[in-house]
Design a protein. Structure first.
Length: 644
């Protein structure tokens, strides 16, 4: 709980800072929206400041600066709690059910924060926590050439530096928990301001009951935070089209800027908002200059991340658009492989590498977000075996349909729907990952609030939101919270929990015992966060450092790896990455059996899996020796090897 407390204090400082700096800009909003947006803006400022300090190796200055800024903001506005804009009316009567359900959802997600992340929490362990940990170990923020995700915009991820340093993994993940809470408060406030208190509650519940929101709230993923920045950027821009309040336009630009500084997809949202605002300004005779001012503000706020990439990687959106923009430590083969992986999500396109779009399947793709989540979230998305908690849910998808065909009455509703549909079209053409649609959960939640006021549609929408909440909470408990509660409450030890739920846990303990002078090449394993010693993602698709093209046998492989300073090799042989037949082939060659010429040729001619032939040949040649076998010796889960 100490980690959560530290994150809470940092979030409180962020709220105070956001309010103090943007008090006048937020002045026209409902108290709850004022509070929530203060926190969201403040957290983005804290993340940006932390990254800036980290570039110069001054993480301690970031910590001191965050808490000092919060203290100064409080001291300069000590009577802020007496401000009427910060007062909340206590829910009464039937309204009490809303904070109870939302509170229960947050409680279940808190167990995910406090429990150790397992293999279900893939990207949290792969890079969201691993990259900040590597930077903390290095003492500064620098290039990590084997984790291309370390070059993504890191406004939110930078908060995890503070969380990890002083609160461990729970301290880092807690920031995301606070993002969801601030998002629910903001949506409640915006819904209440536009449609009344009950509608505000429906907006907050619609957002919090989306399965993918609950799935990520207790993790280190940043899609909820990004979705809030991007989604609120859409909402505020559309609200400006309706009433021309310049403060809303400024807030939209700020939120879109932070969205762009959190995830590359924020650029898409800027484009969507720009198109909708421009067309709307022409139709409804608004001041067009504000359309360009919003875009300029958003680009300026997000620009530092892209300038950094241009300087470090010679590509502002590295590793994307390599064929057009180029980039260091990358090539076209790796770019194509990465594109194929992105195209493996969703439906409506031919299988990679073709990736041809089939527009006629757009409807199926959208509906799949509600009923077929397995195709939209990894792992094993190509087989439809992804996590069902990755769905956006039937309530929000039904809201989209009902709002579209049930009549859009106001400028806000029309422009919001236009933004949602255009965003969905871009999502369909690019990569169909359900977590990228959290952005649209924000405007759809407000459209649900508006529909809740209608006589017939209101009954349908509110019933669906209620059913969605019950289903999502039940699913979250059965698939996640029930087990997480066991370790959080001390009924099972952390070691028992991770041994059962994280395949790399036992091997990571063995690798950590190798000491700081070791350097382990990880194959088909990306959970390096579990390691406290040097490691490297050695699969060819991750970087160009290891020159596999020049390695034609086990000896040349061993010589090349030793020159790069590698002392050990770890091969993940689990069934998710290796068939039983391939494992037996690898073990056989390691044991001295002749390599079947056809199989060797197959692996050697495929640059992405060439190591499957090189490593066992290095063992057979006496260049590598087996240190430890993990799992069943007849069908091992992994092997740790050492260069002689």
């Amino acid at each position: 709980m100490l980690g959560v407390l530290i994150s809470f204090l940092a979030t409180l400082s962020a709220i105070l800072l956001g309010r103090r700096l943007f008090r006048e800009t937020l002045a026209g909003l409902d108290p709850a929206a004022h509070f929530g947006l203060s926190g969201l803006i403040g957290l983005a400022l804290v993340g940006s400041f932390t990254f800036l300090c980290g570039l110069f190796g001054q993480f301690m200055i970031a910590v001191v600066g965050v808490f000092l800024a919060g203290a100064v903001a409080f001291a300069s506005d000590v009577n802020f709690l007496k401000d009427s804009r910060w007062k909340f009316k206590k829910p009464e009567g039937s309204d009490l059910i809303f904070p109870v359900v939302i509170g229960l959802a947050m409680l279940l997600c808190l167990f995910a924060v406090l429990a150790p992340s397992d293999s279900n929490d893939w990207d949290t362990l792969a890079y969201h926590l691993a990259v900040p940990k590597l930077w903390l170990q290095a003492g500064k923020i620098s290039v990590i050439d084997f984790i291309h995700q370390s070059n993504f915009p890191f406004t939110v991820d930078s908060l995890y530096i503070l969380g990890l340093k002083w609160g461990g993994a729970a301290g880092a993940k807690a920031f995301n928990w606070f993002f969801t809470g601030l998002g629910a408060i903001t949506l409640f406030g915006l819904g209440r301001q536009r449609y009344g208190q009950r509608a505000g509650w429906w907006a907050a519940l619609a957002f919090c009951s989306a399965p993918v929101v609950l799935l990520e709230t207790g993790t280190g993923y940043i899609d909820v935070a990004h979705g809030l920045y991007a989604g609120l950027g859409i909402v505020l821009a559309c609200w400006w089209l309706e009433n021309q309040d310049r403060r809303l336009a400024v807030l939209s630009g700020i939120m879109l800027g932070f969205a762009t500084g959190t995830k590359y997809t924020g650029l898409q949202t800027i484009a969507v908002v720009g198109i909708v605002m421009l067309i709307g300004a022409v139709i409804w005779k608004r001041d067009i200059k504000w359309v360009f001012l919003v875009g300029l503000l958003a680009i300026l706020i997000g620009a530092p991340w892209y300038v950094k990439n241009a300087l470090w990687k010679e590509n502002p959106v590295f590793p994307f658009f390599y064929s057009k923009l180029g980039g260091k430590d990358w090539d076209q083969r790796r770019a194509d492989a990465y594109t194929n992986e992105q195209n493996g999500f969703g439906v409506g396109r031919e299988a990679p590498p073709a990736g041809k779009i089939e527009p006629g399947r757009l409807g199926h793709s959208v509906l799949g977000l509600a009923y077929q989540p397995g195709r939209y979230i990894n792992p094993r998305q190509t087989m439809g075996l992804g996590d069902p908690l990755g769905a956006v849910g039937m309530a929000l998808m039904a809201t989209l349909t009902l709002a579209l065909f049930g009549g859009l009455k106001s400028i806000f509703q029309k422009s919001t729907m236009a933004s949602v549909l255009l965003s969905l079209l871009i999502w369909f053409v690019l990569t169909q990952q359900s977590r990228y649609i959290i952005t649209l959960a924000v405007p759809l939640a407000l459209l649900a609030a508006e529909l809740s006021l209608r006589r017939i549609l209101g009954l349908v929408v509110t019933a669906l939101i209620g059913l969605q909440a019950a289903y999502s909470l039940g699913l979250l408990h059965l698939q996640r919270s029930a087990d997480q509660m066991q370790v959080v409450l001390g009924k099972v030890t952390e070691e028992e929990y991770l041994t059962r739920r994280l395949g790399f846990y036992v091997p990571s303990k063995a690798i950590n015992q190798l000491g700081p002078e070791s350097k382990t090449a990880l194959y088909d394993e990306v959970f390096g966060y579990m390691l406290d010693v040097p490691y490297y993602w050695a699969n060819p698709g991750h970087s160009t450092l290891i020159t596999y093209d020049s390695m034609q046998d086990g000896r040349s492989y061993a010589d090349g790896m030793r020159r790069l300073g590698f002392t050990h090799v770890y091969m993940n042989l689990g069934r998710l990455v290796k068939s039983d037949e391939d494992v037996q082939t690898i073990l056989g060659v390691m044991g001295g059996q002749p390599f079947a010429a056809k199989k060797r040729e197959e692996w050697m001619n495929n640059w992405e899996v060439k190591f499957n032939a090189l490593i066992p040949e290095a063992v057979a040649a006496g260049e590598l020796e087996i240190v430890q076998v993990f799992g069943n010796t007849q069908r091992p889960q992994a092997i740790l090897l050492k260069f002689k």
